[in-house]
Design a protein around this ligand. Structure first.
Ligand code: AP5
Ligand code: MG
Length: 214
């Protein structure tokens, strides 16, 4: 099963992707997580990506597409995966389609987690991310057992650099401009599914499981 998570920054793509991957035992492929791991390790790719990410801009397609195609070509992705944060532009979607078509394969579902802009800023300012494993929490809606410490690996939780309100506004505007057109793109392909992302995390997840089991 190959699934794409669509939605604005902070809509809950990562949260839901994590839950889907656990239930269906497939890998969670997040381009944002891959870039953040590269930044942490001080790689050339990380240094380059950081310049864009800190401003709330998209990393150029040339850099993004290659790391994504390399990742999904790995062995653990052969029975499917959840793409979280990719594609983010029409050209990225076209490259993915072309690569899958060459393998006689296709995306099964594009799930749009719909959350209006008004809810996003509040969510982002409450989000905390693990510096080590990338797990995400929310101070109010998904608090860790011990404040400031990751439940999964014990490392420190921080407010992401790009979660400051000014940067979030930029990310939202980039989203509307460059990523939202993908909703129509996948709708035309007949694989778009919509879920109401303003509901509680478990309710959103139940709607997704309903969609995937049909
Ligand atoms: P990325 O890491 O993908 O960030 P994003 O899309 O902006 O999305 P987020 O991770 O911020 O939000 P999310 O939807 O995953 O929400 P989450 O589940 O954490 O990308 C970062 C940057 O990398 C981009 O800006 C760009 O520069 C670059 N990049 C990445 N991919 C790229 C690509 N393909 N092309 C070019 N550039 C790329 O939830 C948010 C918060 O809300 C959490 O605290 C969570 O606990 C809480 N929450 C979740 N669901 C609920 C709920 N139902 N109710 C209440 N709270 C909830
Ligand atoms: Mg995310």
């Amino acid at each position: 099963m190959k699934i794409i998570m669509l939605g604005a920054p902070g809509a809950g793509k990562g949260t839901q992707a994590e839950m889907i991957c656990e239930k269906y035992n497939i890998p969670h492929v997040s381009t944002g997580d891959i870039f953040r791991a590269n930044i942490k390790n001080g790689t050339k790719l990380g240094m380059e990506a950081k310049q864009y990410m800190d401003k709330g801009l998209l990393v150029p397609d040339e850099l993004t597409v290659k790391i994504l195609l390399d990742r999904v070509a790995q062995d653990d992705c052969k029975d499917g995966y959840v793409l979280d944060g990719f594609p983010r532009t029409i050209p990225q979607a076209e490259v993915l389609d072309k690569a899958l078509t060459e393998l006689n394969d296709k995306v099964d579902f594009a799930i749009n987690v719909d959350v209006p802009d008004e809810n996003i800023i509040n969510r982002m300012s409450g989000r905390r991310a693990c510096v080590s494993c990338g797990a995400t929490y929310h101070v109010e809606y998904a608090a860790p057992k011990k404040e400031g410490i990751c439940d999964k690996c014990g490392a420190e939780l921080i407010l992401r650099n790009d979660d400051k309100p000014e940067t979030v506004k930029n990310r939202l505007s980039v989203y509307h401009d460059q990523t939202q057109p993908l909703i129509e793109y996948y709708s035309k392909k007949g694989i778009l599914k919509e879920v109401d992302g303003t509901k509680a995390m478990n309710e959103v997840f139940n709607s997704i499981v309903d969609i995937l089991s049909k």
